[in-house]
Design a protein around this ligand. Structure first.
Ligand code: UD2
Ligand code: MN
Length: 484
């Protein structure tokens, strides 16, 4: 009798635990929260499919808020999952999981306001290691000890606080202190609450004195914003970064070295890709900047002739244009060369304008393969311009009229509606071009960008261009990788 009771008791326990296991299994595998991940493209997983079952959560965690000051190795999930990655970037799927409504809200708000996954950005915190994406030969290079020190200028408008502070801490963590003269943050009159008092308090309480915050009283746009930042700078070299970047190992020494050799050399790092959906950091191929007659920036493969030197793929590469966001330049040279066109508004075109100006007025623009900086590539620009104006067209018109001589007709052939559009006063910029004794646009095309195809009556046969044979067309060569 006793043993039968014990047997039924054991069966009962077994039945209860099996039922609970089943119920929990169904809850975690088929709840709406976990299903929402199927829309998050994860590197290495097929899009539109849910995570493999083994990555589903086993228990529910609290929400993650934008963290308070963090030490280098802390992880806001508090679960031992690594923020850092060695070698190839691996995504920890837990980082993107939604455990409760608040997580869902942060994620939705992030996509809406910043066009990237703010939930993951917040969870990554302010410090993370990134994979060393440099060519192995870069590790054998050494740099002079007496490099000029740098002022880093970072303009931001309504940036996600975690992305902005990861940009700042990344610079602090991976730049030797003697080369970092200061970081100047220019708030372009952001409206988001946590960029107001909270950011000011965070900086004064937790960051060294060399981090300065300048607030614009009205929205200026990134072009005048950078000029304002540069006017506060006192370092020998200016380094401009977007507010959602992560610098890589030994990033600044290779940029400062060519500037030390020649103050008229302007340099850009290779821009690695930080995914907007997963925040994974991955390597970009070494490509160079070009443009098309619509005056859009584009990436081009590097001609073989540029790769044939003794240092091969690690030597600086001449680039006809820059992407715009990430570059370094001697500060006095920046001023001499006319800074930027202050008549340009909000976003667009300034990168081609400064590129043409550098080459046409006696400078040099190089991409430095051993310097790498990651940038969050969003699928759309998350902000507009006051009055919804097309600032890209306005800025492009200004640069076409100042720098492109008769070749501006190529632009108007594609954009006839802009031919009679007003573009403000360009007298100062035309005078600057004269004062600096700059070359013609034809000189630029013949000598710096002979690959540019000219359509219409000016067309002439193009010299053959040899690209790396068999090289797969890199993803970054697609148009529209920068903003929209
Ligand atoms: C690319 C460049 C960007 C700029 C732009 C053309 C890279 C990686 N990025 O677009 O630097 O050259 O092409 O103009 O090469 N910002 C302000 N005020 C504004 C608007 C933007 O401060 O009114 C800030 C913004 O927060 C960011 C930076 O300017 O830190 C660049 O803006 P973006 O990230 O929207 O530009 P992006 O990367 O699409
Ligand atoms: Mn950007």
């Amino acid at each position: 009798m006793g043993s039968a009771t014990l047997r039924y008791f054991c069966y009962g326990c077994l039945f209860t635990s099996v039922t609970w296991t089943l119920l929990l299994f169904i809850y975690f595998n088929f709840s709406e929260e976990t299903q929402s991940f199927k829309y998050v493209p994860i590197k290495g997983f097929e899009p539109q499919k849910p995570f493999p079952k083994k990555f589903y959560p086993r228990f529910v965690r609290g929400s993650v808020h934008v963290p308070e000051p963090q030490h280098k190795d802390s992880n806001p999930l508090g679960n031992g999952a690594k923020n850092s990655v060695e070698g190839d970037a691996e995504f920890s799927p837990e980082m993107g999981m939604i455990f409760n409504e608040q997580d869902q809200e942060v994620r939705d708000l992030g996509y809406q306001k910043h066009a990237f996954n703010m939930l993951i950005s917040n969870r990554l915190g302010y410090h993370r290691d990134v994979p060393d994406t440099r060519d192995p030969k870069c590790k054998e290079k050494s740099y002079p000890p007496d490099l000029p020190h740098a002022s880093i200028v970072i303009c931001f408008y309504n940036e996600a606080l975690s992305a902005l502070l990861r940009t700042v801490h990344g610079v602090l963590d991976r730049t030797p202190s003697y080369l970092l003269h200061e970081i100047i943050l220019v708030d372009d009159n952001s409206e988001l609450d946590d960029l107001k008092e909270h950011l000011g308090v965070y900086i004064s309480k937790n960051l060294p004195n060399k981090i300065k915050l300048v607030r614009n009283e009205k929205r200026e746009g990134l072009i005048r914003g950078r000029m304002i930042g540069a006017s506060h700078a006192t370092g020998k070299v200016l380094v401009f970064l977007d507010s959602h970047c992560e610098v890589n190992k030994l990033w600044i020494q290779p940029l400062l070295t060519p500037i030390r050799e020649s103050r008229r050399t302007v340099v850009c790092p290779v821009i690695d890709i930080i995914s907007a959906d997963t925040l994974t950091y991955s390597s970009s191929p070494v490509v160079r900047g070009g443009f098309n007659w619509g005056l859009h920036f584009k990436w081009d493969l590097v001609p073989l002739s540029e790769l044939e030197g003794p240092e091969g793929a690690t030597s600086p590469i001449k680039s006809p244009t820059m992407a715009g966001g990430l570059f370094a330049m001697d500060r006095e040279y920046f001023n001499e060369l006319g800074q930027y066109d202050s008549g340009m508004d909000i976003w667009g075109g300034e990168n081609l304008e400064i590129s043409f100006r550098i080459w046409m007025c006696g400078g040099k623009l190089l991409i430095i393969p051993c310097s790498r900086v990651g940038h969050i590539f969003r699928k759309r620009r998350p902000y507009g311009s006051p009055g919804g104006r097309d600032t890209m067209a306005h800025n492009s018109l200004r640069l076409a009229h100042v720098w492109m001589d008769d070749y501006k007709e190529q632009y108007f052939a594609l954009r006839p509606e802009l031919r009679n559009r007003s573009y403000g006063n360009i007298t100062d910029r035309v005078e600057l071009r004269k004062k600096l004794n700059c070359e013609s646009f034809k000189w630029y095309l013949d000598n710096i960008y002979p690959e540019m195809q000219i359509s219409g009556p000016n067309a002439k046969p193009q010299p053959p261009v040899f690209f790396n044979r068999g090289q797969k067309r890199p993803k970054t060569l697609q148009r529209g990788r920068f903003g929209v």
